[in-house]
Design a protein around this ligand. Structure first.
Ligand code: FRU
Length: 471
């Protein structure tokens, strides 16, 4: 541990302690990972290590609007209750001094190998696209899941293909057939988003073996790639920047999409058509891992970078911002990536109320689930008197719309054309709403800010049955 690390650690711990003393209650989720203070973005290094789930995350402890990035850590035994465990990875080396950016974890023989991007921004007059920026691939090793005893610089920009800009980042590493693979997101000099595929025999020496790209440019930069085999498909997920809105699609500042790779990802693979993983307001940079039960679990950042000024989070007033999504179990059905909350979420609910047709409930708590089985006709759910979730079978349109501007903090409307909605699960946890439709094929996530006590639920629809579940 160098002296800078020690000092940074102390400063982070002090900031966390100070925030604790504020004893903030409003909008604090019960089952979502949140930063103990300051700003949170991407999930990092997701893994199960020695029987405990690890969710690291990008964290700026000193700036609620984002700044110098550390890796914060929350752990859990059940994917539902998370506990903050400090910020074990810090920007304390010349090669990561402007941020320990996103990356992933590989667990092997009781050792946690963490790969991340060391971000460096040189001082001077640069465009920070083609010059002035270093994107270093770094390996940090932990033998106890608490401290990283060594850090090693593995690759610099000179090691990446020549036609790329300085933007290369977010290594995701896994082992397959005795070989290690890594994908990284990149921006070419022609402003095209691509994914680089690397392989290694020893976890330290990496060779770029292939490039995954679409024929037509699909955004100028692909961030946070992930690649995995699931249900007989090879899935590629990316977070592209620079897509234009297209009808109901791509309405957020940045997007996250998944597609199936045709061919071998190592040699000739090409991604097929992409589809948005989440159609709501707050979803970006997801990452997946496989746990000891063999499930492929996804956690995303429930937030958005560079969103316009109207679109905010009221928790900023309380000194913190953003959360991670609930862990979602993945599957592929009919070539579409499906997400459902991990089954452990079901253990939260202790009470259940069944209803048929329209229904109204004033909830005692800010945490509940509504499940719906719409048989026919239009239906609408209204949460906290200002967030409407509706399906119109004639227009074949599902919408998530804020009719109360304060509640949505600048969020307006998102939607998706759907032939049908056979089932819906709506999970509300304080300031987080996640909606799972059609067995998880269509998912919508948003933050919202109900005033304390305004935990009202209304269901309108003649042919709807459902359950209201609460703690
Ligand atoms: C995605 C991202 C990553 C980067 C990280 C920095 O939200 O921009 O590409 O590594 O955030 O915090």
């Amino acid at each position: 541990m160098n002296a800078l690390h020690r000092t940074l650690q102390k400063l982070v711990d002090e900031a966390v302690e100070k925030q604790k003393h504020k004893n903030i209650q409003r909008w604090i989720p019960h089952f979502h990972v949140m930063p103990p203070v300051g700003w949170l973005n991407d999930p990092n290094g997701l893994c199960e290590y020695e029987g405990t789930y690890y969710a690291f995350f990008q964290m700026s402890p000193f700036e609620v609007h984002g700044g110098l990035k550390f890796w914060g850590l929350c752990t859990s035994k059940d994917l539902v209750h998370w506990e903050y465990k400090g910020a074990p990875l810090q920007p304390d080396q010349p090669y990561d001094c402007h941020g320990a950016y996103s990356g992933s974890a590989l667990v092997e023989d009781g050792v946690m190998y963490v790969y991340y991007t060391g971000n460096v921004k040189l001082q001077g007059t640069y465009d920070y696209i083609n010059n002035g920026r270093e994107s270093n691939t770094v390996l940090a090793v932990s033998r106890d899941g608490k401290t990283f005893e060594t850090k090693k610089l593995l690759m610099t920009n000179a090691d990446y293909p020549w036609d790329l800009t300085c933007h290369v980042r977010d290594p995701k590493v896994w082992k397959q057939d005795d070989t290690y693979y890594m994908v990284q997101g990149a921006r070419t000099k022609e402003d095209k988003g691509v994914v680089l595929v690397f392989s290694s025999e020893d976890k330290e020496h990496w060779k770029c073996i292939h490039r995954l790209q679409s024929e037509e440019t699909f955004g100028f930069m692909w961030e946070c790639p992930d690649l995995y085999e699931l249900d007989g498909y090879t899935v590629l997920s990316i977070s592209p920047q620079g897509l234009e809105a297209d009808g109901w699609k791509y309405r957020n500042q940045y997007q996250t999409v998944a597609g199936i790779i045709h061919g071998d990802f190592r040699t000739d693979g090409v991604p097929g058509a992409f589809r948005e993983i989440d159609g709501g307001f707050d979803f970006y940079a997801p990452q997946t891992f496989v746990d000891s039960t063999g499930r492929r679990i996804l956690i995303g950042w429930m937030g958005m970078a560079d969103a316009d000024e109207q679109y905010t989070n009221r928790s900023v007033e309380d000194g913190w911002q953003h959360v991670l999504t609930l862990p979602r179990e993945l599957s592929v059905r009919d070539g579409v990536l499906c997400q459902n909350p991990v089954r452990e979420i079901g253990t939260i609910w202790k009470q259940k109320e069944r209803f048929e047709g329209s229904y109204e409930k004033h909830c005692e708590t800010d945490c509940y689930e509504l499940t719906l089985l719409p048989k026919e006709g239009a239906w609408k759910v209204i949460l906290s008197k200002g967030l409407e979730l509706s399906y119109d079978p004639e227009a074949k349109l599902f919408c998530m719309e804020f009719t109360d501007k304060e509640l949505g903090c600048g969020r307006t409307i998102r939607g998706r054309e759907l032939d049908e909605v056979t089932d819906a699960r709506i999970i509300v946890d304080a300031s987080c709403v996640e909606v799972f439709l059609n067995g998880g094929k269509d998912v919508f996530s948003t933050r919202f800010y109900p005033e304390t006590g305004n935990y009202q639920v209304e269901v309108h629809g003649e042919h709807v049955t459902g359950d209201f579940l609460s703690c």
